[in-house]
Design a protein. Structure first.
Length: 278
């Protein structure tokens, strides 16, 4: 279905470095990029351009724009958000969506990868010691920094800072002007190896999902849509909260199947049983 076809990767931040090798290997596609594609028009991490739509809608626009420019019918785009983890509220997380569109076969396949492996952070700086400590904690200089006057001032901004020499010059400039400044991690993929790793992991997940065909109609994207809990306890045999089965469904023909004991376990350790270990 995909072998030998062109697939455009909708990015201006070098994401093709981790996306292309996986999709080329797993799908047999020819990956291309469009140098003139400006995805910043749909929103920037620093806030100069506000993202007006949700991540999936934004990724979809990236795909459609890239396909039009590349004159092809297949695309992939990622869209990330950073902030508190949805369940670990005091931990920062990288929340990445990856969207694949195949117009020819009327397919749209989405995966999501949430990771705590991020250096996302920001701070107000008034001294060199504060800046040095912040830089150390966010993996500078392997990971880039962004500096501006305040968190709400976009008039003067330095992005992609990745050397101590450049950071020192920026520090001197802003301290002389204002006595303080705002520094944040540069979350653009080309300046953030940690984010690149999360996108790479999401791409592997996407390729696996695309290659999972529905047993009923052979459409790609056959996926887990529900979980059933109730794996019996090894000791008391009562149901636990652990997964007993997974429900796979096809979005096209509505075929579904249930797979029991998906983690190769037919019972749960009593440690995780509410009856044995209340």
């Amino acid at each position: 279905m995909f072998k030998g076809r062109d697939l455009v990767i909708a990015t201006k931040h070098n994401k093709e470095k981790v996306i292309a090798p996986i999709l080329k290997r797993e799908l047999g596609v020819n990956c291309i990029v469009i140098p003139d594609l400006d995805t910043d028009e749909l929103g920037t991490f620093t806030g100069e351009v506000e993202r007006k739509e949700d991540p999936i809608a934004t990724a979809r626009k990236k795909c459609l724009t890239a396909m039009k420019l590349a004159k092809c019918d297949m695309a992939v785009a990622s869209e990330g958000s950073f902030g508190p983890h949805p369940s670990l509220f005091f931990v920062h997380a990288d929340d990445e969506f990856l969207l694949f569109i195949d117009k020819k076969n009327k397919l749209e396949i989405i995966v999501r990868e949430i990771s705590t492996q991020t250096n996302f952070n920001s701070s107000f700086i008034t001294s060199k010691n504060e800046l040095a400590e912040f830089a150390k904690n966010v993996k500078f200089p392997s990971h880039g920094l962004i500096v501006r006057k305040t968190d709400t001032d976009f008039n003067e901004i330095e992005k992609g800072i990745k050397t101590w020499t450049k950071l020192s010059k920026v520090y001197t400039h802003f301290i002389k002007q204002n006595g303080s400044f705002y520094v944040e991690t540069d979350m653009r993929a080309l300046h953030n190896p940690s984010r690149m790793k999360v996108i790479q992991k999401a791409t592997t997940k996407l390729a696996s999902k695309i290659n999972s065909n529905c047993p009923g109609c052979n459409t790609p994207g056959f996926e887990i849509t529900a979980l059933k809990h109730g794996l019996p306890c090894l000791l008391c045999r009562l149901p636990t909260r652990s997964t007993l089965s997974q429900i796979y469904s096809c979005h096209k023909c509505s075929f579904s199947k249930e797979e029991h004991f998906p983690n190769n376990k037919n019972s749960e350790d009593p440690t995780f049983c509410d009856n044995c270990n209340p």
